[in-house]
Write a protein that binds this ligand. Structure first.
Ligand SMILES: [Mg+2]
Length: 252
């Protein structure tokens, strides 16, 4: 259960917490291919082939493991390699990336996102904390957030504690005064707990907790099982953001 009285700021994941991300990415991939087709038809066809595209992405990742957090670099490198392999114009990379990004920022919010942001923002400073590369201003939510941190510009992403601590610092509070809200059990919940924050797991699909409850080696390999269990219990699971804001009004 959460200690509501300790909370002085909120950090929020973006993708799959405020909007569903995979339909957006699928649409952005198609838009990019359609844009490329007249000028680089072989590259467009190559990218339209999902297994081929994934294999190239894995190759790029394997060659640039230090860039794992930097989606911009990974995607532009993938585009450059695909164009180059098909002997098409590699000068198209930046414009192609922009086509992808403009579609990537056209998201459709979950129904409860805006009301929850209104509720939370009227009470606390909000910080966006994302491993993705959405642009809050282009998405139209910039005014809700005091700060927005992305792994791409920060240099490391969740679950690294430094990233969470930077979120606390951005709004001038201590990590234990932050409540982090996100959909990913490992990256958001365990990451935030390890960084000394409280955490809410937004579990819209109603999945079972995907990590071991009693002993979670990813949490703290040296801690006693009881300590780990205690840490895990410091998160709250909700099925929607509305459920969270209702709980807030009825908090003990
Ligand atoms: Mg997410």
């Amino acid at each position: 259960m959460l200690d509501f009285s300790a909370i002085k700021a909120i950090s929020l994941d973006l993708d799959d917490t405020l909007w569903p991300i995979w339909p957006v990415i699928a649409r952005a991939e198609r838009r990019l291919q359609d844009w490329l087709r007249p000028q680089a038809p072989q590259t467009a066809d190559f990218l339209a082939n999902e297994p081929q595209r994934q294999a190239l992405r894995q190759q790029v990742l394997a060659d640039m493991p230090h860039m794992e957090h930097d989606l911009r670099t990974l995607r532009t490198e993938l585009l450059r390699r695909a164009l180059s392999t098909h002997q098409e114009d590699t000068q198209l990379v930046q414009a192609a990336y922009e086509v992808f990004m403009s579609e990537r920022n056209r998201v459709e919010l979950f129904e409860d996102a805006r009301p929850a942001l209104d509720f939370l923002q009227s009470r606390f400073p909000l910080v966006a904390l994302s491993n993705g590369n959405a642009d809050l201003n282009r998405v139209g939510l910039g005014h809700y957030f005091r700060a927005g941190l992305s792994a791409q510009t920060f240099g490391v992403g969740k679950p690294d504690a430094r990233f969470f601590h930077a979120a606390a610092q951005a709004v001038d509070v201590q990590p234990h005064e932050v409540l982090h809200i996100g959909d990913d059990a490992a990256l958001d919940v365990v990451g935030a707990l390890k960084a000394g924050m409280q955490a809410v797991w937004i579990n819209r699909p109603g999945h079972a907790w995907p990590l071991r409850e009693d002993v979670d080696e990813s949490l703290d390999a040296d801690a006693q099982p009881q300590t780990q269990k205690y840490l895990i219990q410091k998160h709250l699971t909700v099925s929607s953001l509305t459920e969270l804001t209702r709980l807030w009004d009825r908090r003990p």
